[in-house]
Design a protein around this ligand. Sequence first.
Ligand SMILES: Cc1ncc(COP(=O)(O)O)c(C=O)c1O
Length: 417
Amino acid sequence: MSEKSLAEEVFEIVREHHAFRSCSLNLIASENITSREVRRLLTCDMGHRYAVGFLYERMYRGCEYIDKLEELTHFLARKLFRVEHVNTLPVSGTVANIVAIGAFTRPGDTMMGLSVMDGGHSSFREVSRYHGVSMVPIPFNAEEYNIDVDQTRKMIAKVMPKMVMLGASELLFPQPVKEISETASNVGATVVYDAAHVLGLVAGGCFQDPLREGAEVVTGSTHKTFFGPQGGIILCKRQHGENIDRVALSMINNHHINRVAALAYTLAEFLAFGQEYSRMVVSNAQALAESLYNNGINVICADKGFTRSHQVIFRVEEGTALEVSKSLEKANIITSMTPLPTDKSEAMASGIRLGVQEVTRLGMGRDEMSLIGSLIARVVKSPDSTSDVKEEVKDLVGRFRSIHYTFSDNEPAYEWD
Ligand SMILES: Cc1ncc(COP(=O)(O)O)c(C=O)c1O
């Protein structure tokens, strides 16, 4: 095969991906879809450039408009999140966590965070390990599906961590930020809240407001419930700004400035539409959970109203979560597995985690959630139904072809090239 045909094959593969995704129902809780303008900005010349150094104090020349852009981005983020300081260097949520752990701990220190089995992200465990910091798991109450406040307070007093990392990858309910922050401040620990998943809901005022509840720093991904480009962000009180900026700059030489342009546009979209969107996300998640439950699926936390975020989690009762996620994929319903606190190990995960933020951005509402719940239940109960369900999925997504909660109407969702 010639180099040219190999190069053309790249386009072919991407076209096939688009064709597949445009007739699938994406319920991965950590993804979303961007507006056409955000996608345009991702291809701009700034994606070819460096801007090493602090704002207006660059080591490279040629950054006049990049400085203007970053100043505008920080202004928009400060306004949206009502925060004193912003850092947009992290190219992902994991990188934002690396910076926060680097800023508030030294090798030999102790930090606390949820274990992966209880919904914590692997970056808490892995980054602390590489940084020579021991991570003590935050005690979790599996029945409440939330942090065990009393046990956590005792543990903080005992291990005297330098940092407590709140937030999680499986996050159905607001966490007790206020209670944990009070105890953490008694031992001089900095509370960081990882809002990777719920950043869009925090921005829209629909989940919890960690900075006003006691957290001093928030890290996040800008592409999950926050429907921006893939990337990371750090929000913090003024007194931590210099430390965060210094550590971020020492670690991140290349921060993908086209991403910053796309992020700035999304911040403006959120200022205009974020409240309406995030209210709809939470309402849709609750509607999907109810539908699944009414169709006989073991949705967790039924006694607590299932969820207050974008996520819905159900326990697989027959077969494995891996098998069920594969059957759903055959019906063009894209989901992911997740370990539940009572599972024996991460490898033996029995949960399926769903997120409704992308389908909400396509304009779906509670009626569609009710239909999706019944389609999922049919596949879970009888995997033979996948081909029938697939046709219904195609029909459903065929009716929702454009991006909502943005400045122009009828923006095509998955079309490309
Ligand atoms: C709680 C949490 N933190 C951090 C991350 C990592 O974010 P990213 O994929 O942007 O690196 C994730 C990823 O899903 C997450 O769930």
